[in-house]
Write a protein that binds this ligand. Structure first.
Ligand SMILES: [Mg+2]
Length: 275
């Protein structure tokens, strides 16, 4: 394992040893094409996998926190031997085999799942109706979701949120998830449509509370703007080199991209704990 980044080790030495590691999946733990076993240069690499095993061997609980849909992430976590995970951008949580929804500000008496609440309230139809040429469901990635909707297109999220409020769903919001594909001839972005009060940071904070732990024993690793919101609820946030949030405070940068950056974060956590 390469020597861990010194600034990260210094930061971690001021905190208790890392017990929990929350990691984004795509573009963070996983390399190109969603592969655990490809490095950022698309060549075969076991670096991320070895770091995952090293963290587990050291007693660190690793929890994927992903935008992937629940059924897909459940299978991925199983393949990696990870029991707990957070799916669908924080709206679905699995802990100790129990799956629960995070409702945020959504009315929980409206439907059986947060996704159904977004649909049954008319929020989804209002939003699609307001941007008929610029927003649509992101097939096939939206299919099978239970906590939220995944859309793509190009819209102003502030205008979208005003549409949602005007449609009687001020508790719903549209979150920009970054550049996306799948709309021939258009430059588009992906968007999560979910209840206010949900998201990766809220899910991680709730998970820590459920475990009776405080944020200073937790590290989070990610690449997106939504991932960076986790910095507010953990002791250390590490952004892999392909990430694009502004850093500072307890949010530091890993030298490596994708799975290499994940490995940098793990190496630093283990080195700091071995003081
Ligand atoms: Mg990502």
């Amino acid at each position: 394992m390469a020597s861990p980044p010194a600034d990260l080790v210094r930061h971690l030495r001021d905190l208790p040893p890392v017990q929990l590691l929350y990691t984004d999946f795509d573009g963070t733990l996983l390399g190109p094409h969603g592969s655990l076993l490809l490095g950022p240069d698309e060549r075969p690499s076991v670096r991320a996998a070895a770091a995952l095993v090293a963290a587990r061997e050291a007693g660190v609980t690793v929890v994927p926190v992903s935008g992937r849909r629940h059924a897909l992430l459940a299978g991925d976590a199983r393949l990696l031997g990870l029991r707990d995970y957070v799916a669908e951008a924080g709206t679905v949580v699995c802990r100790a085999g129990e799956v629960s929804y995070v409702w945020g500000e959504a009315p929980a008496d409206l439907a059986g799942t947060p996704r159904e609440a977004v649909r049954d309230s008319g929020a989804l139809a209002a939003l699609l109706g307001a941007f008929p040429d610029d927003l649509r469901l992101y097939h096939p990635w939206d299919e099978g979701r239970v906590g939220e909707y995944l859309l793509h297109g190009l819209v102003d999220v502030d205008v979208a949120d005003r549409v949602l409020a005007g449609a009687g769903a001020p508790w719903a919001r549209l979150v920009d998830n970054g550049a996306a594909h799948g709309w021939p001839g258009r430059t588009v972005r992906a968007y999560h449509l979910l209840p206010r009060g949900t998201g990766k940071a809220a899910a991680v904070a709730a998970d820590l509370a459920a475990r009776g732990l405080t944020g200073d024993v937790a590290m989070a690793v990610g690449d997106s703007l939504e991932d960076a919101t986790m910095a507010a609820v953990v002791g250390t946030y590490v952004q892999v080199a392909n990430g694009h949030a502004e850093l500072g405070g307890n949010a530091l940068r890993a030298p490596g991209a994708m799975g290499d950056g994940f490995a940098d974060a793990v190496a630093a956590a283990l080195a700091a704990a071995a003081r």
